[in-house]
Design a protein around this ligand. Structure first.
Ligand code: CP
Length: 291
């Protein structure tokens, strides 16, 4: 089965995926004994998503292929569809795809006959990131209902924010948004960071996505850090039980101070670790067509 957009999954199914990921964390063994091949097709740069999908596949006893887009026939003008179809014809068992175009998968669904796992589409969806964020929250608080989160930064260009806002609200969380005027989008619950920071359970920071901007950022790095960055003074305002999250990569000294990245409240590297368990669960679900 395809895993493209969390809107396609019920809350019950999302909970099942998180439980399966937790089982993998606790040592559950699934071994495909080298009989399944997972192909990672990243048409956009990635470290965490690409290589944790790769690690997840290896941990499940799959073999992997890692597409080198910079040295591929994309350079000769080959299309996304033709590239993906080529991998299907090689005999791969599932495709992990990241692409710059929002909902790129719509041009593949119905024509590609093996599972597609969306590893991020433009500013649209990042289901595996959102699930690893949810797993991290569940491990911390044991629930979603009633939790409050503020997501801070470049909301407009963030597929992580777009995915998380929807699914977190479905799970009963209250989602506040904070960030510069230029990155605002209609329909969200905007607040000033300094007015909400002592009331939320989670502060989630976002990287400023310069690569998706048509104009340069209005603020200097120093101005951005002062207005929206999480520094030690702001951390000290947070509730004793609250945590800090960031999908990464993070820019030290911009949206997060260097000494906050690995502070006691930070779960940033735990998120990275949870990414492997969540992606093991997703590959297993996709291959077994069962959730
Ligand atoms: N969080 C995330 O998607 O990171 P990468 O771009 O490194 O995969």
């Amino acid at each position: 089965m395809n895993i493209l957009n969390l809107d396609d999954f019920s809350v019950e199914q999302i909970e099942k995926i998180l439980n399966l990921a937790e089982e993998f964390k606790n040592g559950k063994k699934v071994d495909y004994e080298g009989k399944k091949v997972i192909s990672n097709l990243f048409f956009e740069p990635s470290t965490r998503t690409h290589y944790s999908f790769d690690m997840a596949a290896l941990r499940l006893g799959c073999k992997t292929q890692n597409f080198d887009s910079g040295n591929s026939s994309l350079k000769k003008g080959e299309s996304l569809y033709d590239t993906v179809k080529t991998f299907e014809m090689f005999g791969t068992d599932a495709l992990v795809i990241r692409h710059v175009e929002n909902e790129y998968y719509n041009q593949l669904v119905g024509k590609i006959n093996i599972p597609i796992l969306n590893a991020g589409d433009g500013t649209g969806n990042h289901p595996s990131q959102s699930l690893l964020d949810l797993l991290t929250i569940k491990q911390e608080f044991g629930k979603f209902e009633g939790l409050k989160i503020v997501i801070v930064g470049d909301i407009k260009h963030s597929r992580v924010a777009h995915t998380n806002i929807k699914v977190m609200q479905r799970l009963g969380m209250t989602v506040y948004i904070s960030g510069p005027e230029e990155y605002k989008e209609e329909g969200y619950n905007y607040v000033e960071l300094d007015e909400i920071i002592d009331k939320v359970d989670i502060v989630m920071l976002l990287r400023v996505q310069h690569e998706r901007h048509s104009t340069s950022m209005q603020e200097t790095v120093e101005e951005y850090h002062k207005a929206y960055g999480l520094n030690k003074q702001r951390v000290d305002q947070m509730k004793p039980t609250s945590i800090i999250m960031h999908p990464a990569p993070f820019n030290r000294g911009v949206e997060i101070a260097d000494d906050v990245v690995e502070c006691e409240k930070s779960r940033i590297f735990k998120q990275v670790q949870n990414g492997v368990y969540v992606r093991m669960a997703l590959i297993h679900v996709a291959l077994e067509e069962n959730i």
